[in-house]
Design a protein around this ligand. Sequence first.
Ligand SMILES: NC(=O)c1ccc[n+]([C@@H]2O[C@H](COP(=O)([O-])OP(=O)(O)OC[C@H]3O[C@@H](n4cnc5c(N)ncnc54)[C@H](OP(=O)(O)O)[C@@H]3O)[C@@H](O)[C@H]2O)c1
Length: 259
Amino acid sequence: MKVALEGKTIVITGASSGIGAATARACVAAGMHCVINARRKDKLHLLAKELGENCIVVEGDVTEDGFNQHLLDESGDVYAIFANAGHGLNQSMIDCDMKQCKELFELNVFSAIELASLGAKQMVTNQSGHILLCASCLSKFATPKHGVYSASKSALEAMAKSMRMELKKDKMFVSTVHPIGTRTEFFDVSAVRSGKEESTFSSQSPSWLMQPPEKVANAVVRCLGRPKPEVWTSLPMRLISTSFSAFPKVASTIIQRFS
Ligand SMILES: NC(=O)c1ccc[n+]([C@@H]2O[C@H](COP(=O)([O-])OP(=O)(O)OC[C@H]3O[C@@H](n4cnc5c(N)ncnc54)[C@H](OP(=O)(O)O)[C@@H]3O)[C@@H](O)[C@H]2O)c1
């Protein structure tokens, strides 16, 4: 099925940098109206200036009580939502800081579910709409020290699977986005949250494992135009993660060897 995107409105959270900012650029280039959200007002306004009249800013923290409803109230008639705001955590389970774990789930899972749920209520009345949740390739498997992050992305994926079936009768689409390593602020933000000064993941990873955020953004726009359940930008990683689910013992051995 093909969807005409011209003139339709999308709300993108976590749009002050990385995948969210790149997706806002790609959506405006595809003729959509964008409502961009994050906490850093200055970065959002710079992006809005670049994107022109098809972009409005609603800054604020998506984990704050009542904010997601405010975001939708300010956005008008919304066709799509990309719940993309998220951060990582790099801590072994034995040393995990529960405050950090809860904050991660508040952002990566609960705020995304709340926004999707509130948005879906509006979309049901329109009998059309598309909700995209930013998961990760790590929603399919876990690596040492990223258990809480992987768990948050697996939770989102499970939620999306359920919503997809519930909302089909109302002509709505639900998709999850599964980036591999992407060159954004993500690794540095996660390092700081994990009590480290900076991350070396991005600079030390082989280039085939790292992609620019524009690659994810373009895949998201393709999915908006031709809805499908999952957005992947790496076929090898998609196949590897599917095999990992089927063969968990082999998966642990391989993952531990490369961690
Ligand atoms: N980079 C990767 O390798 C990778 C791989 C797989 C999945 N992902 C996922 O991709 C998504 C985007 O991450 P990214 O790589 O683009 O990293 P990023 O550049 O750090 O972007 C994260 C965005 O989330 C926003 N944000 C954080 N807390 C927020 C809050 N409480 N309320 C509203 N906005 C908030 C940040 O803006 P402010 O600080 O201005 O609020 C920023 O715009 C995340 O869900 C991440 O888990 C990333």
